[in-house]
Design a protein around this ligand. Structure first.
Ligand SMILES: Cc1cc2nc3c(=O)[nH]c(=O)nc-3n(C[C@H](O)[C@H](O)[C@H](O)COP(=O)(O)OP(=O)(O)OC[C@H]3O[C@@H](n4cnc5c(N)ncnc54)[C@H](O)[C@@H]3O)c2cc1C
Length: 444
């Protein structure tokens, strides 16, 4: 199944560093445009990852067009009916942001939650079927230019590519090569997330905990200086919690492939949370901490456009938020669609500049929106928190069951405007619009 109007008339070799969601989605999109693609991933692919990623409509819409994806999403994704806001102290409902059917119908895609491991494996088999090559269990050590890019793998093997895509995550090694010659990009720590997965059969043994795990709902416990989100996976085998704080005082990072002990929770004050939630957290078999960093993403082109970044390597959107994976998938199709037009090597710098131009306004908007949302759900006690709760309580009013009535609430109108800007974007259409206006400037 070809998703591009054409395969590139000039086919080049891409080496993708990192086989996470961004690297895999990007490999598929570039392969689909006719290019040769090799993925280098430092993990061997056998390990099972834990946790769930969110697929908002802008991501679901893209993936639903990929081969085999509709049936995969049907069986492996949980469809969220809305966001349930709860008091951190008592777990009592404070508000419910319903994903109204009328809006979701117009968006032509659902807000889904998918196990990270399931999505990663599905994308991997999609890439294999498309003819992407893999080098697993190899970390990349050096990238340097010589008529293209040379990549030295652990152990000394050298790969050559016309272009390199850095898809190596939030602590990206490739990013340091494309940030104006600096080894480490200037960054500030701006938050911390810890992920915990608890088997549902363990939860079932505790009667007091069962009511905390609602299916089809994305639950948010709004604490002071932190918040906790919770969601069940589609097979109802795991309940996944993310403890998030916008506070820069927390700063312990870990490898998301490994579970670490609960000492990583120490920076968080969880004493104000519902004791049942505290008990639930301790039933997890470890936790996966991530430090969230913000870095400047301007001037992110390296070696005259022969290195680009995608996903968490390219932008500092909150990890474990609603848009970390969606922006990775948008990056992938933006790059893939642009490079389906490649007909001459001279066009590469223009296509990579256009890639940055198209994606940066999106990722900046998502970063700001996600950070503001985290601040809102982590407000300390006081007037701001009271005002937020009073506004959210309106959503529990039966009158807002019907979308038509939401227009009478400024809060809901504002919230929906924010959501729609992010949810309704079509990354493929954005490239096609650009191409129809500007292709004459680069056509040979
Ligand atoms: C194991 C794991 C579990 C996750 N769980 C969740 C979750 O539950 N919820 C959520 O919202 N987000 C989760 N994420 C993060 C989420 O996947 C990303 O925020 C988003 O999908 C963007 O993905 P990415 O591919 O840019 O980055 P990542 O998912 O971080 O992937 C980067 C990949 O690059 C590889 N890599 C890094 N350095 C090198 C190197 N030098 N050479 C070769 N390979 C390298 C890493 O091993 C990794 O596989 C998880 C990520 C991982 C890796």
């Amino acid at each position: 199944m070809s998703l591009n109007p054409q395969e590139a008339s000039l086919k080049i070799k891409f080496v993708i560093i990192g086989g996470g969601i961004a690297g895999l989605a990007c490999s598929f999109a570039l392969r689909n445009s006719g290019h040769e693609v090799v993925v280098v991933e430092k993990h061997d692919g056998e390990e099972k990852t834990e946790g769930c990623v969110r697929s908002p409509p802008n991501m679901t819409r893209i993936m639903a067009k990929w081969p085999g994806m509709p049936s995969f999403l049907q069986t492996h994704a949980t469809r969220c009916t809305g966001l349930s806001f709860r008091s951190s102290r008592t777990s009592e409902p404070v508000g419910f942001m319903k994903f109204h059917e009328r809006i979701m119908d117009e968006l032509q895609a659902e807000f889904l939650v998918i196990q990270h491991d399931d999505l990663r494996r599905q994308l991997h088999s999609l890439c294999m079927d498309a003819g992407v090559a893999f080098k697993r269990g190899k970390a990349v050590e050096i990238v340097k230019s010589s008529n293209g890019v040379d990549i030295t793998l652990e152990g000394g093997e050298i790969l050559h590519g016309t272009m390199v895509v850095g898809a190596d995550g939030h602590n990206s090694f490739v990013r340091s090569l494309v940030m104006d010659g600096e080894i480490e990009p200037e960054h500030i720590v701006s938050g911390q997330v810890v992920n915990i997965s608890i088997p549902t059969d363990v939860i079932q043994q505790h009667e007091d905990l069962r009511s905390l795990c609602k299916d089809n709902e994305f639950t948010i416990w709004m604490g002071a200086d932190s918040s906790i989100t919770g969601t069940l996976d589609a097979k109802m085998k795991m309940f996944n919690l993310s403890i998030c704080s916008p506070s820069p005082s927390h700063s312990i990072d870990g490898d998301m492939y490994e579970n670490h002990d609960f000492s990583y929770l120490r920076p968080f004050d969880l004493s104000g949370y519902d004791p049942r939630l505290q008990k639930l957290i301790r039933l997890g078999h470890g936790c996966r901490p991530t430090v969230h960093k913000v870095f400047a993403q301007e001037d992110i082109l390296g070696l005259n456009g022969s290195i680009v970044l995608v996903g968490d390597a390219a932008h500092s959107i909150l990890i474990h938020g609603s848009h970390n994976s969606s922006m990775a998938v948008e990056d992938a199709v933006t790059l893939g669609r642009l490079f389906s037009h490649l007909s001459h090597l001279k066009q590469i710098p223009v296509l990579t500049e256009t890639y940055e131009e198209l994606r940066q306004s999106r990722t900046n908007a998502a970063r700001v929106s996600e950070y503001q949302a985290l601040v809102q759900i982590s407000l300390p006690p006081g007037t701001l928190q009271e005002d937020r709760d009073a506004a959210l309580r309106l959503t529990l009013d039966q009158m807002f069951e019907d979308f038509e009535n939401c227009e009478s609430s400024d809060l809901l109108v504002e919230a929906w405007e924010q959501y729609l800007i992010l949810f309704s974007h079509d990354a493929v259409e954005a490239v096609d619009n650009w191409w129809s206006k500007w292709s004459f400037t680069i056509k040979a």
